[in-house]
Design a protein. Structure first.
Length: 201
């Protein structure tokens, strides 16, 4: 499925400033969750640069293309990134942390959006008008772009954290529960960056 501008087009027609938002890292065993918010100008509908056709669900993109799109997206939009640490996740729970990180990203935008489009998040609350869309990162252009920005940002962060805790191979698994990561946990125990509230076998 290819993301499109259907939802943005309807809102732009009403002269609303629209942000797309998404988070990554929910299912990881270590590291933070990261959210991004992006705001594109309606003029992108007319210019339609070539890279727009390459945007997909971030999980379905090869790393090299994802990084190339990250550069195009951040050059073509107003964007922000927010981070919520593993300690906050442990303290308040994953779902509240998920809502928190998205709202933090949106709040950091210089010009607050009139409307927010985001991938489905249960019980989401925001002072901004919003619509949650099931599989939004594969359907809605702005959401897909936010997911790409958040994914590339978090991946780079996990590569940096790998240097501090190389035994867990975060440069490769990005904190997710790969076999090698789980074996390292059995051998070395949990690091301060692991989510202590997660059941890790």
């Amino acid at each position: 499925m290819k993301p499109n501008f259907k939802h943005e087009r309807q809102l732009w027609h009403r002269r609303l400033n629209v942000a797309g938002a998404d988070e990554v890292g929910r299912g990881a065993l270590a590291g933070p969750i990261v959210a991004a918010a992006v705001v594109f100008p309606p003029a992108i509908l007319k210019s339609k640069p070539g890279w727009v056709k390459q945007v997909r669900d971030s999980k379905k993109l090869m790393a090299k293309l994802r990084e190339q799109l990250y550069k195009k997206i951040t050059q073509s939009s107003k964007w922000t990134v927010a981070v919520v640490s593993n300690t906050v996740i442990d303290k308040i729970g994953l779902q509240p942390a998920n809502i928190l990180v998205i709202n933090k990203a949106v709040k950091k935008l210089k010009h607050h959006p009139d409307y927010l489009l985001l991938d489905y998040v249960a019980n989401f609350k925001s002072p901004t008008r919003f619509k949650t869309i099931i599989k939004g990162d594969s359907k809605v252009f702005s959401i897909a772009c936010a997911a790409i920005v958040a994914k590339v940002y978090r991946d780079k962060l996990m590569v940096k954290l790998h240097k501090k805790y190389p035994q867990y191979k975060w440069a490769k698994n990005k904190g997710y529960g790969s076999w090698a990561h789980r074996q390292a946990i059995k051998k070395f125990g949990l690091s301060p960056l692991h989510r202590q509230s997660f059941k890790i076998n």
